[in-house]
Design a protein around this ligand. Structure first.
Ligand code: XMP
Length: 335
């Protein structure tokens, strides 16, 4: 258990010694790991770092703006934002298989990142937010010979990129990465955010991914998250991501919570009329390690409020259901 300011000083020295006056590029996803890596490397080498943020159109509501505000505006980090929504939607059109969708999103991600980084001709290093559990997981993969779901954001750099790897979080566990993030000045709400999969809403829109679905899902999801954050935590036995702080609200009292778009239409009534619109499922789980998980016993009043708000505020959705499946046998994500 090291002392955080000392750790930062040491890590900064190490990064400076490693890269010298070279330029570094980093793929910023908005997730905890790449964000903390960016903040740490920026602390060490300032403008020698350029981040590339790929918006694949499958991010949460206002996520792109949030990332740009936090890094470019507040921290003064050089960030190139790439709007690649059309490219991703184009390649995903007509594709319904979950693993196929993951492959396409992973492939296009690398493609976009390569194109952008090729423009930064002075870059000699590729920084990644690889953490210790990723190192272990990747090492284990070959032996097990199979993966349940392919995680595209783990792994080495593409063969064609002649860059050296800079991975300053390689020895850290997740809780240590979070503490480091807070010590580097990242907001607690960002550092203790629920995990979000690399393929983003691409695996939370069941079957074919369409922009129309993503737009509906983003709004439903944002309402759910907002209400979880506003709801006082009143449950004994929940797991908080921050071990030093008991959960105060239901967002912190759950390990992961999100909405899922079901490409199913059901009948409803509104005023004098009949509606025939989409269904959204809510998922909220409590878990230690994400390998097994319990569905969260959210208060009925909270679920009711979320459902009312989604149906009233998101035109196009007329039914909300709550997922009460544990893992196993269900997975946390629906795809
Ligand atoms: P499952 O659905 O397998 O999810 O119970 C366990 C955890 O992994 C996340 N997850 C992913 N993360 N790329 C990612 O980066 C993926 O393809 C992916 N699939 C699942 C999921 O959000 C949960 O935290």
């Amino acid at each position: 258990d090291w002392n955080m300011p000392d750790y930062i000083t040491e890590a900064v020295e190490k990064i400076r010694a490693q890269v010298g006056t070279d330029e570094v590029i980093l793929g910023l996803s908005g997730g905890v790991d790449s964000s903390v890596a960016a903040a740490l490397i920026h602390r060490a080498i300032g403008d020698q770092l350029t981040c590339v943020f790929v918006d694949h159109g499958l991010l949460r509501l206002d996520e792109g703006k949030m990332v740009m505000d936090m890094f470019a505006k507040n921290l003064g980090v050089k960030v190139i934002r790439v709007d690649a929504e059309e490219q991703f939607m184009g390649h995903l059109a007509g594709v319904t298989d979950p693993e196929q969708k993951r492959k396409i999103i992973g492939r296009e991600f690398v493609e976009v990142f390569q194109v952008e980084s090729a423009k930064l001709t002075n870059a000699k290093w590729l920084a990644q937010g690889t953490i210790y559990p990723d190192v272990i997981e990747s090492a284990g993969k070959g032996k097990k010979g199979q993966t349940i779901k392919s995680h595209h954001n783990v792994g080495g750099l593409p063969e064609t990129m002649k860059l050296q790897l800079l991975e300053p979080l390689r020895e850290l566990f997740k809780d240590e990465v979070r503490k480091l993030g807070v010590a580097l000045g990242l907001p607690h709400s960002m550092v203790y955010r629920h995990p979000f999969p690399g393929p983003g809403l691409g695996v939370r829109i069941l079957g074919e991914v369409k922009k129309e679905y993503a737009d509906l899902l983003r709004r439903a999801d944002a309402i759910f998250i907002e209400e979880l954050r506003n709801a006082k935590f009143d449950f004994v036995g929940g797991e908080s991501l921050d071990p030093d702080q008991a959960p105060q609200n239901w967002y912190d009292g759950t390990s992961q919570a999100f909405a899922v778009f079901l490409p199913v239409k059901s009948v409803g009534v509104m005023g004098d009329g009949r509606t025939y619109e989409w269904v959204v499922a809510l998922r909220a789980v409590q878990t230690q390690d994400f390998m097994t998980a319990h569905w969260a016993h959210l208060p009925h009043a909270l679920l009711g409020k979320v459902s009312n708000r989604i149906i009233n505020e998101v035109r196009g959705i007329n039914r909300v259901v709550y997922d009460i499946s544990g893992k196993p046998p269900a997975t946390i994500e629906w795809e």
